[in-house]
Design a protein around this ligand. Structure first.
Ligand SMILES: *[C@@H]1O[C@H](CO)[C@@H](O)[C@H](O)[C@H]1NC(C)=O
Ligand SMILES: *[C@@H]1O[C@H](CO)[C@@H](O)[C@H](O)[C@H]1NC(C)=O
Length: 200
């Protein structure tokens, strides 16, 4: 895969790549999905969030704002953008503001919604005293079109191997890195399509 404008990055993902935290925090802001809590900066595959919420939570019952801001801007909440729906819950603690893809019409995340989502609670991101956490929601449909055969057939068994295939378009020079929280898995800088740099 050395086509000039295509970047293919293969990474072996073990469970440790998007590890669940073994306990859920009792204070502060945190992410929760399918009954588990996740670190700041965790990745969520769009097909895994169809009708299964990614919650941004805080152990408070009173909301005085709160929002998710994604690659396509502020998420209307309640509301929909880039096929992702935002919902809001407050009542007893923890309050939560959640993202998921509604399970109808076979919809997946739109390309404009692929990327980093910033959650702020219990007040909006414009409040300097708010709590902030990040999640990366990425598209599956795009990956499927390249290497469906490499994907695990049973998505519920861990550890799993994933290949992440990125198609780069645009400028010939680029940098790429894959981070999890504060640890960097892969990092290439000063890459260029036109030379034989060791970049993928
Ligand atoms: C803060 O968030 C709340 C709830 O999403 C919203 O109703 C309000 O308009 C937001 N305020 C600002 C200044 O963005
Ligand atoms: C998550 O990471 C961002 C950026 O590094 C930071 O500003 C934020 O405080 C972190 N949130 C938590 C809960 O650690």
């Amino acid at each position: 895969m050395h086509a000039a404008s295509m970047l293919v990055l293969s990474i072996v993902f073990l469970m440790s790549v998007n590890p669940a935290i073994s306990y859920c925090p009792t204070s502060g802001i945190y992410l929760r999905h399918r009954g588990r809590c996740y670190y700041n900066g965790s990745y969520f595959w769009d097909s895994r969030i169809i009708s299964r919420r990614v919650d941004c939570r805080i152990n408070l019952a009173t909301l005085s704002g709160g929002e998710w801001i994604g690659p396509a801007g502020k998420m209307p909440c309640p509301g929909d953008k880039t096929n992702i729906r935002c919902s809001l819950y407050q009542g007893t603690a923890p309050l939560r503001i959640s993202l998921y893809i509604p399970n109808y019409g076979g919809k997946y995340l739109l390309p404009s919604g692929d990327g980093w989502y910033k959650c702020c609670l219990p007040t909006n991101c414009s409040d300097p005293n708010t709590n902030i956490i990040f999640a990366n929601i990425f598209r599956y449909a795009q990956i499927e079109s390249f290497y469906a055969a490499d994907l695990p057939s049973d998505m519920t068994v861990y550890p799993q191997k994933y290949k992440v295939h990125c198609t780069k378009i645009g400028h010939v020079s680029y940098s790429i890195s894959l981070d999890l929280g504060s640890s960097t898995f892969v990092s290439y800088t000063n890459c260029n399509d036109g030379n034989n740099s060791p970049c993928p």
